[in-house]
Ligand binder design. Structure first.
Ligand code: SAM
Length: 302
């Protein structure tokens, strides 16, 4: 793993910082990925690891019963929480009212114009630093992370909890066995570090999987130059869609290139036809996409 470890914590839960959700009369909805954090040390590790200060505008994804919302808001300049489950809203409002710096948006995070919300809030509160934090609903981890990375939010970092297996893939170094399409996509935008492993016993109800908290620090510029980002991501996706196949075969999944064109592009990029997607570096995927794009342009102009 390329990730740096900032701290660790993984143990049986014995203490509650907030009242456990079962005592709040809210029945956790499995369909919304509701596993509520009930471990004080993990809550502290996330808040600490997120780097939130009084200069920060915090965007929290899925506040639920507010386990992270309160300690984050106590440190932040302003906090905007996006929650889909209407049943959570009243409790959140009551809990955060006295802090005076919490706003709740009742919506699906995948539908919210997050860059728009951020620029509005920054202007209104005169803040400059943006931190995105959340114990994510696991059923939509990848779409949420990709949305946050692709949107021009200007955020400094994204600190998120996710299923351990997904986190390990994201934190893997491109070019290693554990790497997947998500590894390359995330490393194109951010430096990844691990805050802490989290045992399943730190949640109510107890989920079937363990978790990990990652921090993604947005890079000031892309680590590799690509002529056509769309084609670059399509190559990554096609390469990993059949990861056991050689690149020459898996890239035929792109659909619009024949095998000869793919072979020529691999040759131009200096990549052997028999290699598999996970053996490529980010630079090699960029070279491959540029090479494929270059051949297409040549063919079109002839
Ligand atoms: N932050 C709380 C905690 O740590 O205890 C709750 C985390 S729980 C894993 C995920 C939260 O995301 C739930 O409150 C759930 O209702 C909310 N959620 C699920 N899907 C969502 C969506 N599409 N947009 C916004 N929130 C969502």
């Amino acid at each position: 793993m390329s990730s740096k470890k900032r701290s660790s914590g993984s143990k049986k839960n014995t203490r509650y910082k907030t009242r456990p959700p079962q005592a709040l009369g809210v029945r956790p909805a499995k369909s919304l990925g509701q596993n509520f954090l009930i471990d004080e040390d993990i809550i502290e590790a996330i808040v600490e690891g997120s780097g939130v200060t009084e200069d920060s505008l915090v965007i929290e994804i899925g506040p639920g019963t507010g386990a992270l919302t309160l300690p984050l808001a106590e440190r932040a300049g302003h906090l905007v929480a996006v929650e889909l489950d209407e049943r959570m809203l009243e409790g959140l409002r009551v809990k955060t009212f006295s802090l005076g710096n919490v706003e709740i948006i009742h919506d699906d995070i995948l539908k919210v114009d997050i860059a728009g919300v951020i620029s509005r809030e920054l202007e209104e509160y005169g803040l400059r630093d943006v931190r995105i934090v959340g114990n994510l609903p696991y059923y939509i981890t990848t779409p949420i992370i990709m949305k946050l990375l692709e949107a021009e939010t200007g955020a400094t970092s994204i600190t998120v909890m996710m299923q351990k297996e997904v986190g390990d893939r994201i934190a893997a170094k491109p070019g290693t066995k554990l790497a997947g399409a998500i590894t390359y996509s995330v490393h194109y935008y951010a430096e990844v570090s691990e805050i802490t492993d989290v045992s399943r016993d730190c949640f109510y109800p107890v989920p079937k999987v363990d978790s990990v908290v990652l921090r993604l620090d947005l890079l000031p510029e892309r680590p590799v130059e690509v002529q056509d980002e769309k084609l670059f991501f399509r190559c990554i996706k096609a390469g990993f869609s059949q990861r056991r196949k050689t690149l020459l075969n898996s890239l035929t999944g792109l659909g619009d290139f024949d095998k000869n064109t793919i072979a020529a592009a691999l040759d131009n990029a200096g990549i052997e036809h028999e290699r598999r997607a996970e053996s490529l570096s980010l630079e090699e995927f960029a070279l491959l996409a540029d090479s494929l794009g270059g051949i297409t342009c040549l063919n079109e102009s002839n």
